[in-house]
Design a protein. Sequence first.
Length: 423
Amino acid sequence: MRAVPFAAAICLGLGVSPPAQGQESQLDALRAAARAAPADPLAALALGTALRRADHLADALAELRRGIAIAGKADTVRLLQWEVARVQGDRHDFFQALAACKALKARADAQACAAVAHLVRQRATEALEETGAALERDPRCFEAKLAEGRAYELELDMAKAEASLREAVAIRGDRPDAHQALAQVLLKEGRRDEAIGELRQATSLDPVGPDALYELAVAIPPGDESVRLLEGATRERPTFVEAWLALGSQQLAAGRLGAAKKAAEAALRIDPHSAGAYVALGKVALVEGRPDDAINAGQAALKIIANSAAAKLLVADGSARKGEIDAALEAYQAAWGLDHGDPAPLVHASEACHAAGRDTSARAFGVRATQEFPRWAPGWAALGDALAAQAEAPAARDAYRKALGLDGPIDREAVARKLSGLR
């Protein structure tokens, strides 16, 4: 489970509202507003919030502390203190986050804040102790109910997580983070359509929120809308490595090599220790016909994460492209051993064996792929190729027909031609 973002305001009913949302696209205007009203703590709050959400954490902390220094009203100070706690949480500094929470004078508020601090380091038990105390004081404390749902999710109690998060939505349906958290639980329950609905609600409430944009993009089918959402996420938070990698993957699948390479390079600049960025660059190199560069990228990724199935698969694909079939098969088997949830090593191994004229092995890998992933079209297409090469036309015909009726990225016109060409 990803670390929970420290994105929360205050308990409902304490007399204040959450700060306006904002991030990279709004920074210039918010900086100008803060300069124009240097004695306005709410201008400092708006700028500090936007800086945090854009991942400029040191600048956010400085601006929020400036706001606290000039704030007079207790409610405004509490809003600023909450945002300081969020910044410290985003920095993964539990002790500083907890210290900021203790500065909140309202006990339910402080306990809810402490619960989220514990979630930053994935301590569900401690978080639930805090949410229990907060909700005893204020049963409609939105932040406590939201943190309670996330804690139950961390404990893998999805029924309780969903119930708590639906209560949070009922308390504050205008808060995008509640819909976003509920969507994460629904996705884990396999209820994708419902999750997408919640994520669309979150993005309608906060159209430039990078986290919701990213999560909606990866929940919906790849396509133009998903690319637009990922572009928005990376624009609003330029350091969003996961969004850059997802964007690069979709651009590569669409055949836009330049855009895919640009996204992978951006991810690597942000995090030079990102195995995923090396794998992304290697995939581009493979498509561009540079198998040695692809292998080198895969090996660089393996130095960072030795058990990366994606990196092993990249090395295997590069070796196969060079005609080094024995080395490729060893890497394919290693990739499959590292991740039994991905059909690609089996399918690619079958395709590589077929290309090398080893159709007995191609058939064996194809059979395994279709047994493990019976509804994955590429596995059936690869098996059909091996069977056709062995002159087993009836079995090949059946495999091709299944491929055309199932899900997965295949060249359907090519498969149809192979099917019609069988005798």
